[in-house]
Design a protein around this ligand. Structure first.
Ligand SMILES: CC(C)(COP(=O)(O)OP(=O)(O)OC[C@H]1O[C@@H](n2cnc3c(N)ncnc32)[C@H](O)[C@@H]1OP(=O)(O)O)[C@@H](O)C(=O)NCCC(=O)NCCS
Length: 87
């Protein structure tokens, strides 16, 4: 299914400074300012044990969506989602 993939990855020197959260907010702002994306689903995919990534998704207001969890090449992924257009 077509989705907007929201992804964050920083060099270790930059972890723990709030940057992933800030960048995530800006990315969501940009997506929500683009009219033709209004009906799209924003998806963040991560490993279940990636506590930092899970926390960033939760702080951005994304919702855990286990229906979309999956596995590829023997690796299990969990999904967090948000609508582009918030009613
Ligand atoms: C995941 C990652 C992007 C987090 O970036 P970051 O800039 O350190 O995150 P932030 O500083 O914005 O932290 C956001 C929240 O996550 C928490 N957090 C960050 N790393 C954490 C960890 N390893 N374990 C638990 N909580 C963590 C922070 O405490 C903060 O929560 P709080 O505000 O309630 O204290 C970064 O660790 C990274 O680049 N990791 C390697 C790549 C990766 O795993 N990318 C995700 C692929 S899906």
């Amino acid at each position: 299914m077509p989705v907007i993939n929201l992804y964050w990855r920083l060099l270790p020197d930059y972890w723990g400074k709030g940057l992933a959260g800030d960048l995530g907010w800006h990315a969501l702002d940009i997506a929500r300012s683009v009219t033709h994306l209004a009906d799209e689903l924003i998806v963040a995919r991560m490993l279940p044990g990636n506590a930092g990534s899970v926390r960033v998704a939760e702080k951005l207001g994304l919702t855990r969506c286990s229906d979309l969890d999956g596995e590829a090449y023997g690796v299990r992924w969990i999904l967090y989602t948000a609508a582009v257009m918030v009613p």
